[in-house]
Design a protein. Structure first.
Length: 57
């Protein structure tokens, strides 16, 4: 039987935000490109990736 999984993160209010595979890939590419990143850089980039989906871009 195939197993379905839902992946995402919890925001600061405790709300679940679904993360699409393409968004994970965009974040992974950012890390690979930059090498080392701080947590704040990762959060900022992740927020930008997720916001672009919600704004329709």
């Amino acid at each position: 039987m195939a197993r379905k999984q839902l992946s995402g993160v919890l925001d600061d209010r405790g709300k679940f935000i679904y993360i699409e595979d393409s968004e994970y890939e965009a974040i992974a590419k950012f890390i690979e490109f930059r090498g080392r990143v701080t947590m704040s850089e990762l959060v900022e980039h992740g927020n930008n990736v997720i916001k672009s989906r919600s704004s329709g871009n």
